[in-house]
Design a protein around this ligand. Structure first.
Ligand SMILES: [Zn+2]
Length: 164
């Protein structure tokens, strides 16, 4: 897989460098974030690395391969001012073994299909897909609905005031 193609199927913020997967595990892509200051979420002061854990998360999907995983060091930071420790997830919405992009992508695929159908196709437990669906459907479909709603409004406006 070319670097360009990998970036397309594994969309990530620009601060991440995606490495090639190994022959043994072609579906796992190690990613390396740029080092940058991570401010405390409570007092916004400077934090330092407290510990880190290498973890894997489902992030994309490819035909014939299945789920594509990213592997990264997830840091736990400690605030030098207020002593708070917290896990920093780079805004990826890391929960258990998936990223938010992955969960929303699966929810989108439930559009016009049954949850069991999608669960089967992506080899995920039914209850997992169901949970994501109810968590994200309103957000995902609101965005889709909003677009067609807006189009309708523009058309109505045009036919009322511009054409006549
Ligand atoms: Zn703090």
């Amino acid at each position: 897989m070319s670097q360009q193609f990998i970036k397309l199927i594994l969309p990530l913020p620009a601060l991440f460098q995606i490495q090639m997967s190994s022959d043994e595990e072609p579906h796992v892509f190690p990613v390396i974030p740029d080092t940058h200051e991570i401010p405390c979420p409570l007092c916004e002061k400077k934090t330092i690395l407290h510990s880190k854990k290498r973890r894997r998360f489902r992030h994309g999907h490819a035909w014939g391969v299945g789920a594509l995983w990213i592997e990264l060091d997830v840091p736990r930071q400690r605030c030098l001012s207020c002593d708070l420790t917290f896990v920093y997830d780079y805004g990826l919405g890391l929960v258990r073994t998936s990223t938010e992009v992955f969960r929303k992508g699966i929810t989108e695929r439930c559009h016009g299909r049954t949850i069991s159908d999608v669960a089967h196709e992506y080899e995920l437990p039914y209850t997992t897909v169901e949970r994501w669906f109810y968590q994200y459907a309103s957000v995902v479909y609101f965005a889709i609905g909003l677009c067609s709603e807006l189009q309708k409004k523009v058309q109505n406006f045009a036919s009322k005031y511009l054409i006549s």
